[in-house]
Design a binder for this molecule. Sequence first.
Ligand SMILES: C=C(O[C@@H]1C=C(C(=O)O)C=C[C@H]1O)C(=O)O
Length: 358
Amino acid sequence: MSQPLEELREQLDGINHELLKLLNKRAEIVRSIGEIKDKQGVPKFDPVRERAMLEELTRQNPGPFKDAEVKHIFKEIFKASLNLQEEDHKQQLLVSRKKQPENTVIDVLGTPVGGGSQVMIAGPCSVESYEQLRTVASALKDAGVKVMRGGAFKPRTSPYDFQGLGIEGLKMLKEVAAEFGLATISEIVHPAHIELAEQYIDVIQIGARNMQNFELLKAAGEANIPVLLKRGIAATLEEFVHAAEYIAVNGNSRVMLIERGIRTYEKWTRNTLDISAVPLLKQETHLPVLVDVSHSTGRKDILLPCAKAALAAGADGIMVEVHPEPQVALSDAAQQLNIPQFQELWEGIRLSGLFKEA
Ligand SMILES: C=C(O[C@@H]1C=C(C(=O)O)C=C[C@H]1O)C(=O)O
């Protein structure tokens, strides 16, 4: 006579508890293996190992589960194991929100970035002359903007394009910024210039094309000033976060992330502004997250809705390119705003109610 239903279910409950204990015991071993892999710097996923286990399990499978069902069940266990290893890995990242739940707030010459207020960073794509820089700095000062960007070292697609004024450009930034009481951000492209840069600017920018220039990232980690790290033109967010980790793990925790658009098939914009990057980076890291509406769009006519979208998505700041005469700019002429256009954009942003000034 078959056992009563309740008795059979009691047996299942017992087996469920045994399985639960074994699965969690297995999970602890998986975590230990994950730690070993982290130390060895090897990938978590090991398809060879997984395939070998599945072959062994189906060889040993007495049924009644079919081999396909056994494989499906264990593939789910392997997937859960990998997730556990990845979560543990994220927990280890210095930039991870799991490691540090509270926001990192970075002081940029008295302007807090990442602390709940937003920052506007504006300025020319390239520093071209004292006059050009002073004209922009004066307009930014009058507009209440506190942080000015200006490129001195310009990574350009073509070697025949304007490469920037180099150290001279940094000197101009320092002098004009002091004159107008602005903080400055400029891109540094070589590790050897990091220490030098600290004499002239307040924030080192690492450009999109250098997001995985690991020697530059390591050097920026040794800098004593904040770093603004641009997302690579085709970088995944995981790569972006790990690039920031390079800077943090080398000693510099003052890292700001900036979404500047990613390369897609879209032709109506220079890049595609990945708005989803803002909430994801805010969720996964404790770092300030800004959005560069100029480089992401490569246009002038859609900056206000893009800036609003970025702020609504949680961005800690906006970056915009501004030039006295964009039509004769030595770089990025198509996307730079002239001063009246910037003033109009800035007014629109402030009127949106989405921008909380420090
Ligand atoms: C545990 C490991 O890491 C991963 C998880 C596995 C598992 O759950 O058994 C197997 C291989 C890897 O994809 C391992 O490499 O052994």
